[in-house]
Design a protein around this ligand. Sequence first.
Ligand code: SAH
Ligand code: SF4
Length: 383
Amino acid sequence: MAVNLLDFDLEGLAAYCESLGEKRFRAVQLFRWIHQKGAADFEQMSDLAKSLRGKLAGAAEVRGLVPISEHRSTDGTVKWLFDVGGGNAVETVYIPEDDRGTLCVSSQAGCAVGCRFCSTGHQGFSRNLSTGEIVAQLWFAEHRLRAPGSAERVIDNVVMMGMGEPLQNYANVVPALKVMLDDHGYGLSRRRVTVSTSGMVAMIDRLREDCPVALAVSLHAPNDALRDQLVPLNRKDGLDALLDACVRYLDKAPRDFVTFEYCMLDGVNDAPEQAQELARLVNGEAASRRGKGRVPCKFNLIPFNPFPESGLKRSPRERVTAFARVLQDAGIVTTIRKTRGDDIDAACGQLAGEVQDRTGARERLVQRRAVIPIAAAAGEGAR
Ligand code: SAH
Ligand code: SF4
């Protein structure tokens, strides 16, 4: 199969070009054509030496993902479902805000972590996405949404909060992050690329060394007993080790805080006493962390998005605001996440839920295709 140029960060592309006997600056040109202009056809790359175009033809290609559907919410959110083969699909969500455009990107088809409250977790793990498949989500969305002929960027914020655990697909995620950050690629600031993790301590340490971007950690519980239930991988390292890794990460992080995500589950983790326990934990006042100091952090409370098999319910609004108040009173900046794209099931934890249970996945893909054929939507700009 032809080499997919979306699989390469700039270093990788330079090495590939060298293997074809071409100089590094040719790789820069090629990289800019692909990522900045959205080009896939080598013939279109007019300032690229004819000899290189000739060598690329047949040997390489820019292989994006095949979109199955595109749904547009009344609030401007856009959700795409991409076929990644073998009956698997992944989703990507674009969320426009007043001052920025955010893309929520998937890193795996399914997820092996198996969190209780997450529909991706309930589907089980299918496979890691390649670097090219991760980058293709941004490549597709950016160039689909950008006004024709414009060079102005539409997406200036990427969050790895779609399907999958990014740090369990580390080898493919890191080069994808590098493409997002590269000035010749998407030129995103490190502060505006966020890896969200359920908390893999050793990998957080590696990310700090290899590619420190903004870090979000999905906490969901104030103690190990509850977190072990909700996020099974907590049984490996535990909260104390996780919080220590967060503090170490901040040495190199582009922001001076870690974002803690906390999914609000009715009657499970949303009591005011649990908020107090949480505040003591991150403020270094819990018995376990006494003497270790504060973990510089912000909290983002996520209203749970229910799905039938979870057996869990969303916390009532008042309970979420009361929980937030306890954290705020303890000096912790806390926000409540707005749910976006509700009418198109684009909210956290709902991604590709309908198509990912594997039994009958193929039929459902076909059904979805029948609902909104991508070709019919082609050509409209989101803005
Ligand atoms: N695997 C990574 C990133 C993907 S999940 C992680 O767990 O951090 C992105 C966020 O969505 C996480 O904070 C996760 O806890 C949250 N989430 C998962 N299922 C959810 C649901 N049903 N309702 C609300 N948030 C959910
Ligand atoms: Fe995986 Fe994140 Fe879902 Fe947990 S919340 S199952 S880590 S995608």
